[in-house]
Write a protein that binds this ligand. Structure first.
Ligand code: TMP
Ligand code: ASP
Length: 235
């Protein structure tokens, strides 16, 4: 599989066309941003971690019946994925309060949510990915009722599978972000990545942060945290 034209360059990944119109290649960068690109930096080796961890999670989820865009890991940083049209929504799943939810609702970080919380944001950098509800999504034509329901159902199922898995490696899954894509035939599948950039991982015993919050909050030990997560996954 060969990279052809660069289709898109985002903050953390590049996407290339290949000779197969139904397959793209994703290339993960070490660039790190936070707060909609306001904070910029590098996390050495992050591209490798996020590539390998995402692929590990996609393979695990596929085995449990969740359709994903994963096709084949090509090398440390690059993966072949199915071509999809990305649904322009970020789906946030929260098991415990943290980050923007803690700020918005005045809840101490780590407060358990009595019920899993799902949030949607409209993927639009110029607007800073504003939070939207079902009404906004339908009114703006970002997804259909059926697609919203399917995305919500898959997200909750993925959460259960991820909670179980991370518990088995002594990690408390606080929250995470998912993105979905639509295949040519209209099927909704899981896309984007699952990594310490897009999840909050706390050590289950000590509460130590093992994710991008160390970068966002200038806590230090960023590379070490990403490496520790790789170790927990046996990668
Ligand atoms: P938040 O607390 O900032 O809303 O983040 C919730 C979760 O979503 C957290 O695990 C980090 C992840 N996330 C992303 O992956 N990309 C983003 O752009 C944002 C804002 C959050
Ligand atoms: N990477 C995102 C950005 O720069 C946000 C984040 O992960 O905090 O907007």
């Amino acid at each position: 599989m060969q990279k052809k034209d660069l289709l898109y360059e985002g903050k953390a990944k590049k996407v290339y066309q290949t000779e197969d119109p139904q397959v793209y290649i994703v290339s993960y960068k070490d660039d790190a941003t936070a707060f909609n690109g306001l904070k910029k930096g590098t996390i050495v080796g992050k591209g490798v971690v996020n590539n390998q961890m995402s692929n590990f999670m996609f393979r695990l989820l596929e085995k449990k019946g969740i359709p994903t865009h994963y096709v084949e890991e090509l090398n440390d940083r690059e993966t072949a994925v199915k071509r999809v049209d990305i649904v322009p929504l970020e789906v946030i799943v929260r098991n415990k309060a943290a980050g923007s939810l803690s700020k918005r609702l005045g809840l101490a970080e780590g407060t358990p949510m009595g019920e899993t919380v799902l949030e949607f944001s409209y993927k639009n950098d110029d607007l800073g990915d504003p939070m939207v509800n079902d009404y906004h999504i339908l009114a703006m034509g970002l997804a259909t009722r059926e697609e919203i329901d399917r995305i919500a159902q898959m997200s909750l199922q993925i959460n259960q599978l991820m909670l179980d898995f991370f518990k088995s490696v002594n990690v408390d899954l606080i929250d995470f972000k998912l993105e979905f894509g639509k295949t040519q035939d209209g099927q909704i599948i899981l896309a984007d990545e699952i990594s310490p950039d897009t999840c909050r991982f706390w050590d289950a015993d000590t509460g130590e942060k093992l994710d991008k919050d160390r970068f966002r909050r200038d806590m230090g030990g960023v590379e070490e945290a990403y490496a520790e997560m790789m170790k927990r996954l046996g990668l």
